[in-house]
Design a protein around this ligand. Structure first.
Ligand code: HT7
Ligand code: ZN
Length: 873
């Protein structure tokens, strides 16, 4: 099995300046003619064969400078095309291939979704359409002619601008020609052909360019595309205002498809989306769906600069576009919504996905140095930790220099395939800083742990903070170097006032840079023992250990100027109790009472001032978060029990206040997805959840009523989710009525699959198996599989990690089935095993056996083979 290594990078020996593609769409025999204007690369090797990549393509003809090549002059297999003696001067290579989009269940290359034709080329899908130098540093200008049956595909879309279209008389067929003037790598190529409805509006850019922006969806669903179009317009305005980046083509098209391996794809001028991240109406989408649509529309649009105008030299540089673009979409959502609430949501995701990955056998650096299968590196580490690195850079150099650095990066690298070094150099050049130590964040894997200890000296009125950092060993990296860690901090008095103490190591923006294994800083003029508030706004992706008492945490929860640390204080308080209860460490009555009085105090003082924030405070660490905190010999049943008990305890102790909220936050007459309205709904639904935990009978009644009378999906689903925790006939009848109501709504049925898969009861494996027979379920559709099987494996800690191993065995069998259809989907499901080594020994043994049963299977895809082998190492 071939390993690709960063250190082996060589420029391509040949370049492709122009690509003319003629694609004749046909359900089973699509013909593609590619005319490539090529030349030897002056920076490459000379006298070497030309080897083009292919994947399951069928060669029908080949000509060099319009002369058909004869057998012996080339060698072709479905995986590659070699010309042993290519010209040493510019030449034209014409390649005819035939592909079968209907048989393409991998959803890479050209495939069909609900009868429509679409493409997915990142990372290596273009080679499934034609033979090519399918690598991101080969940039070409594309002209695409698409031809199709007029009935079957009345809409024909390509990259760039529309040039020409027409009917081919007497054939029932028509064509469209698209030209993209911006040189791009093959992974950004796209085309779409099908029956689609459209909504569009004009957009005028900051320099007066007129652009048509449009969203294409399944006919009849146009009224659900408005929010996506609106989010696109807001994203375009934001990128102009905040980063000075303007759109550059005459049209920007988004197409929603129902079969898609990921969230969406940033193809130049023609973004293709999983319809889950486009379609929304109050009746079918939740507040979370609306927020995700906004974020993903923005993310893909922002790639037009961070990814497309400046692309990646090789796939090791994936974080260059993904980490930066996640950072950009996070900033956009924070500006459009509540910044602190959004930051907390980002950190929750980072901890639950990336910290988990970094503590698992799949841990890897943000810029990996080797891979077997690049599709397995579209990870939380590359995306989310990659975004945190950009955020730390901004924290260290400040807003103004960050913007100057970004401008320099775009100016220098526009039209090129760049590296992480190019990115950092722009910031080093504008600030004069040496960022070589900071660059370690890209190379060293694992989550650093930072221990902070405070020492107050009343006689000298000084306060010293001692810091120690250490990063645990990870695969391939047994020893670690210290990182550059920006610590944003402040001091609070015991009665909650901001303390104006001085420390020369802390800059005017409150940042201390920890760059050694151990360091100490001292504040002067400290008149009483302070409470330290460190890593404000989660200033670095690290695990912090801080020796605060529960009372000091309560001071922070009530008074810290930093909202993130107020929330963090509540989480730490709850986590201490949960981790203790889950591992059999007794928690005194007093400690429980002080915890609930802290929550009660918070609700009384603060909840209605910021309902969204209050809802986050009320949502306790998840089963998986607690498992991660415990870290070894984990017993998921004990965790689940402890969490349920604490929810019940808090619910009982705050019952009146929660009931108050529930009734006073009654839903507005008309639904609006704005952040403030969503915040009120989330607090009300968090209250419902705790009320039901305290008193299941009363909760069941409230939830049933809400389920029946809800006027939007957020409230209906929240009620159903509460009912899921209370076994009985009301639950089953709600499940049935939901199914009846949304029978013809696949995206809504996904929510229904997901909730049932997450029921923490012993019958759930059988329920999931039964649901796999449901007419709406299909192993071919990634959204369906992720909703049912993915939710079971990722959200249902107790049942996936069953002590008898039935959860693991079930997932292993599904991974093997999925692998035959769609290896990317299968390997993502398989990552649910990433926490197996943390489990207690019985579960660990069952998990190992399940993983081995996969590893032993002959003819595994490279995707699954890679994950299973790394998981077992
Ligand atoms: N850049 C896109 C990644 C992507 C992808 C990768 C592999 C296989 C299928 C895929 N679909 C989309 C999405 C993004 O991060 O913006
Ligand atoms: Zn992206």
């Amino acid at each position: 099995d071939h390993i690709v290594r960063l250190e082996d990078y060589l420029p391509s020996d040949f370049l492709i300046d122009r690509v003319e593609l003629d694609v004749r769409l046909h359900p089973t025999a699509t013909k593609v003619t590619a005319t490539l204007s090529m030349r030897p690369n002056p920076a490459g090797r000379s006298d070497v064969p030309l080897i083009l990549d292919g994947d399951e393509v069928n060669l029908k003809g080949i000509a060099l400078d319009e002369r058909a090549l004869e057998a012996g002059e080339f060698e072709a297999s479905p995986q590659s095309l070699t010309i042993s003696q290519p010209p040493q001067h510019p030449f034209k290579l014409t390649i005819e291939t035939e592909i079968n989009p209907t048989a393409n269940t991998k959803l890479m290359g050209l495939y069909r979704s609900s009868g429509n034709y679409c493409t997915q080329c990142e990372a290596e899908g273009f080679r499934r359409i034609t033979y090519f130098l399918d690598r991101p540093d080969v940039l070409a200008v594309y002209t695409t002619r698409i031809e199709a049956d007029r009935e079957e595909a009345p809409v024909l879309l390509g990259n760039g601008n529309p040039v020409e279209s027409g009917i081919i008389e007497g054939t029932g067929r028509h064509y469209a020609v698209w030209h993209d003037p911006f040189p791009k790598p093959s992974y950004l190529f796209a085309l779409v052909g099908g029956r689609l409805g459209k909504i569009a509006k004009p957009f005028t850019t900051m320099n007066g360019r007129e652009v048509e922006i449009a969203v294409y969806v399944e006919p009849g669903k146009e009224d659900r595309a408005g929010y996506a179009l609106d989010a696109l317009e807001r994203s375009m305005i934001w990128d102009e205002r905040v980063f000075g980046r303007e759109y550059d083509l005459d049209v920007f098209n988004i197409v929603a498809v129902s079969d898609f391996n990921m969230g969406a794809m940033e193809n130049k001028g023609l973004n293709i989306f999983n319809d889950k991240y486009v379609l929304a109406s109050p009746e079918t989408a939740t507040d979370t769906d609306y927020a995700n649509i906004e974020a993903i529309i923005a993310h893909e649009y922002f790639h037009n600069w961070s990814g497309n105008r400046v692309t990646c030299r090789d796939w090791f540089q994936l974080c260059l576009k993904e980490g930066l673009t996640v950072f950009r979409d996070q900033e956009f959502s924070s500006d459009e919504r509540s910044r602190p609430v959004h930051r907390i949501a980002e950190v929750k995701t980072l901890r639950s996905r990336q910290f988990l990955e970094d503590a698992s056998p799949l841990s890897h650096p943000v810029r990996p140095n080797q891979y077997r299968e690049i599709n397995n590196f579209y990870t939380a580490t590359v995306y989310e930790k990659g975004a945190e690195i950009v955020r730390m850079l901004k924290t260290i150099i400040g807003d103004a220099d960050f913007r100057r650095g970004m401008d320099l990066y775009y100016d220098r690298c526009d039209g090129t395939a760049a590296t992480v070094e190019d990115f950092l150099k722009a910031f080093a050049d504008v600030t004069g800083l040496d960022l070589s130590h900071f660059a370690r964040w890209y190379a060293q894997s694992g989550t650093p742990r930072v221990e902070v200890r405070g020492h107050y000296d009343g006689t000298t009125q000084t306060y010293r903070l001692d810091f120690k950092q250490q990063t645990p060993p990870t695969p391939g990296q047994p020893t670690k170097e210290p990182m550059v860690i920006p610590v944003v901090l402040g001091l609070v008095t015991q009665d909650g006032q901001r303390m104006e103490a001085k420390c020369e190591r802390v800059n005017s923006r409150g940042v201390f840079l920890l760059d050694k294994t151990e360091d100490s800083i001292t504040f002067t003029g400290v008149s009483s023992r302070p409470v330290p508030s460190v890593f404000r706004d989660f200033s670095a992706p690290v695990k912090v250990s801080l020796d605060l008492t529960n009372e000091e945490l309560i001071v922070l929860l009530r008074h810290d100027a930093d909202a993130f640390n107020r929330w963090q204080a509540a989480q730490t308080l709850a986590m201490r109790t949960l981790a203790a209860r889950s591992t059999g460490v007794p928690v005194s009555e007093d400690a429980m009472a002080s915890l609930s009085s802290a929550f009660k105090g918070f609700l009384e003082e603060a909840a209605l001032r910021d309902p969204a924030f209050a809802a986050l405070v009320l949502s306790l660490p998840s089963d998986a978060d607690i498992a991660q905190e415990i870290g070894q010999d984990v017993d998921p049943d004990a965790i689940h029990h402890a969490r349920k008990e604490l929810r019940g305890h808090l619910g009982k102790n705050c019952f009146e206040k929660l009931a108050d909220f529930y009734h006073s936050l009654a839903p507005a007459k008309t639904y609006s997805p704005d952040a403030a309205s969503a915040g009120r709904r989330s607090l009300r639904n968090a209250a419902l959840d705790l009320l039901a935990a305290a008193d299941p009978q009363a909760g069941e009644k409230l939830a049933s009523k809400q389920f029946e009378t809800a006027t939007n999906m957020t409230d209906r689903l929240a009620a159903l989710s509460v009912l899921m925790t209370i076994p009985g006939s009301l639950r089953e009848s709600a499940i049935a009525s939901f199914e009846e109501r949304y029978r013809d709504e696949p995206l809504v049925l996904d929510k229904w699959f997901s909730l049932q898969a997450a029921i923490p009861e012993d019958t759930t494996v059988e329920r999931v198996q039964r649901l796999m027979e449901h007419p709406a379920f299909s192993m071919n559709n990634p959204n369906r599989v992720r909703s049912l099987i993915g939710s079971f494996a990722m959200l249902n800690q107790v049942q996936f990690n069953r002590k008898d191993g039935a959860g693991y065995a079930f997932l292993a069998s599904i991974v093997l089935r999925a692998d035959e259809l769609n290896p990317q989907l299968a390997s993502r499901l398989l990552t649910a095993f990433s926490s197996w080594k943390m489990m207690e020994s019985t579960r660990r043994n069952h998990a190992r056996i399940a993983l081995q049963s996969i590893a032993q299977k002959p003819s595994l895809s490279r995707d699954v083979g890679d994950i299973v082998n790394r998981s077992l190492e």
